[in-house]
Design a protein around this ligand. Structure first.
Ligand code: CAA
Length: 240
């Protein structure tokens, strides 16, 4: 029987490419989204992938949503914690709300997404936890104290989960995309974006599909011994 994959933030940007790639690999896929009903409906129409609306920052909503996915699509074997937001501001201008929103969505959202599926993975002796971190969690970023903190936190999460899940056949890994051609990066002021591209030895932004292919590999049986790792996909912009 085909395995089931859940992708948060899976109807737009990198998440949409991940959902499509996993479907192409033969998984049953469910994608979540937070607010953009129109984009989600269009995505489902184009791909046949079911979309579910909930706020990953809310534990009870996440748990109830995952129960629906498990009843309608199947027990979640592969979870891709991808949903994330930015609220960029230089630290001296960053408000407590900007800090909290990003922590709640990007970091607590990972807990809220993985915690409800973890017991089932342990029982079935198989699981794949794949967290989409960021180059900016590795190197920090001007105007992203909040975002960088969450993306660095992701790396601590997967290294800890890897140790807890290894004997139960569960792996937990992170991918750190560099700057990828998505709405999030396009929202950066053009001059700043041009200067960022100038710092990427590949000379271009990455494509969402380049991240999706990393996820497909980590989701597969072939990756069983890769556990607690971080895959950087950044066009040689930064090395750990
Ligand atoms: N390094 C050093 N200085 C910088 C800088 C940088 N990277 N970016 C901006 N500055 C400087 C500016 O030159 C300016 O200096 P002056 O005052 O001397 O002119 C100052 O910092 C900015 O001051 P402002 O008051 O104009 O700043 P602002 O309140 O308007 O904020 C900003 C502007 C939010 C920082 C905006 O420039 C911005 O969005 N920058 C991009 C931040 C970024 O790279 N975010 C990544 C988004 S993509 C993503 O997150 C996906 C992923 O995982 C990779």
């Amino acid at each position: 029987m085909a395995r089931t994959a859940l992708v948060t933030g899976g109807s737009r940007g990198i998440g949409a490419a991940i959902s499509r790639a996993l479907k192409a690999e033969g998984y049953n896929v469910a994608a979540t989204y937070a607010g953009n009903d129109e984009a989600a409906a269009k995505f489902t129409e184009e791909t046949g992938i079911k979309t579910y609306k909930w706020n990953v920052a809310d534990y009870d909503e996440s748990k109830a949503g995952i129960e629906r996915v498990e009843a309608e699509v199947g027990p979640v074997d592969i979870v891709v914690a991808n949903a994330g937001i930015t609220r960029d501001a230089p630290f001296h201008k960053m408000t407590p709300d900007q800090w909290r929103d990003v922590i709640d969505t990007n970091l607590t959202g990972v807990f809220n997404t993985v915690h409800p599926v973890w017991p089932g993975m342990r029982e079935r002796k198989f699981g794949r936890v794949i967290v989409i971190s960021s180059i900016n969690g590795q190197k920090g970023q001007f105007a992203q104290v909040n975002y960088a903190a969450t993306k660095a936190g992701d790396l601590g999460i997967v290294k800890s989960l890897a140790q807890e899940g290894a004997r139960a056949g569960i792996t937990a890994n992170a991918i750190c995309p560099g700057y990828i051609a998505t709405e999030m990066v396009m929202a950066v002021p053009e001059k700043v974006r041009e200067s960022i591209i100038g710092q990427i030895p590949a000379g271009r932004l990455g494509e969402p599909e380049e991240i999706a292919r990393c996820v497909a590999f980590l989701a597969s049986d072939d990756s069983q011994f890769i556990n607690g790792s971080t895959i950087s996909a950044n066009g040689a912009q930064f090395f750990v």
